[in-house]
Design a protein around this ligand. Structure first.
Ligand code: URA
Length: 311
């Protein structure tokens, strides 16, 4: 159910007060959002949707619905190095069943607005300078299945699309084996810019905790818009970025559904890891994780599919 205007106003005021007590005296808000807010206040709607009250395009500048982890002062640091959200911040983001639901063209438009905002992001000044472009996400905003990777590499930075290099080819093959296409799912990364490699024009590096934290609101808003039935976290960094904790190792965690605010998350090996370790055993493990995802989504699974990588 869409939150009422009054509820949204309360949450907004609370958030602004927190920002103020953290020493912020100004926030940025674009004129269009300001006008929308004024118009809604004049109308006093009782059940305005979040998207109408605070267009996605302004969520990251104004009191963000989902950026509590970055906007609030850092109180404690989880052992992954990522700041842990307070209970209050956790409550603000809520669980999937409390998120507003957008449908059809409205959903597409909201994602477009979020993308436009991400495209001009300069939160990580070093990455804004080094990137060719922001690599936002690809696929269907109406997808039931969402894949989350680590960060764009060189190929993705050049082409502006996640998972288009060698690891991307592997991911596409996994999707095809599942009977899916890239267009039928949504693919995004924890970090939307290629981590810079000063002094080297080639090579990739893992995102830092600060970069992940800074980019987190974009991923959170992507997830909130899509509301996927299942997510797949590709590799340890994606698990850390999504679940906010360091796991003992992806080897131990993979194959076991985790919870992200009511959405099941299947951790599995990163396609790049599979490329580096192309044993049948590793491929079978990834495949078993995908079979679990398919079962969860009630997708048809043929006898042949069940047997992949067993012989
Ligand atoms: N690896 C990732 O994690 N994401 C990409 O987009 C490409 C490679």
């Amino acid at each position: 159910m869409a939150p009422s205007f009054e509820h949204l106003l309360d949450v907004t005021i609370e958030h602004l007060e927190r920002l103020k007590s953290a020493g912020h005296s100004r926030i940025q808000i674009d004129p269009q959002s300001m006008e929308t807010l004024h118009a809604l206040a004049r109308e006093k709607p009782s059940q305005a949707s979040v998207d109408k009250v605070i267009p996605a395009s302004s969520r990251l500048k104004t009191p963000p619905i989902s950026s509590a982890r970055t906007a609030a002062p850092i109180r404690k640091v989880a052992f992954s190095g990522l700041p842990a959200a307070s209970q209050e911040e956790e409550d603000l983001i809520g669980r999937v069943d409390t998120w507003p639901t957008l449908q059809g063209a409205e959903k597409d438009a909201a994602m477009e607005r979020l993308m436009a905002q991400a495209t001009s992001c300069v939160r990580c000044t070093h990455l804004a300078q080094s990137r060719t472009q922001v690599v936002f996400g690809v696929g269907s905003v109406h997808a039931k299945l969402m894949f989350v990777g680590e960060a764009p590499g060189l190929d993705e930075d050049r082409q502006g699309e996640p998972f288009v290099g060698k690891a991307g080819e592997m991911l596409t093959r996994i999707l095809e084996a599942m009977g899916l296409t890239r267009e039928a799912v949504y693919i995004a990364n924890v970090l939307k810019c290629r981590p810079d490699t000063p002094g080297n024009s080639f090579g990739n590096r893992q995102p830092s905790p600060m970069e992940m934290q800074s980019c987190w609101p974009y991923l959170m808003d992507q997830i909130k818009l899509i509301r996927p039935s299942v997510m797949v976290a590709l590799g340890g960094t994606a698990v850390r970025g999504l679940l906010g904790r360091k796991t003992v190792g992806i080897t131990r965690l993979r194959g076991q559904f985790q919870d992200f605010r009511g959405i099941p998350v299947m951790p599995t090996y990163h396609p790049a890891y599979v490329l580096r370790n192309p044993s049948k055993n590793i491929k079978r493990q990834v495949w078993e994780d995908m079979l679990q995802v398919m079962e969860h989504l009630k997708m048809p699974i043929s006898a042949k599919q069940r047997q992949f990588f067993t012989k």
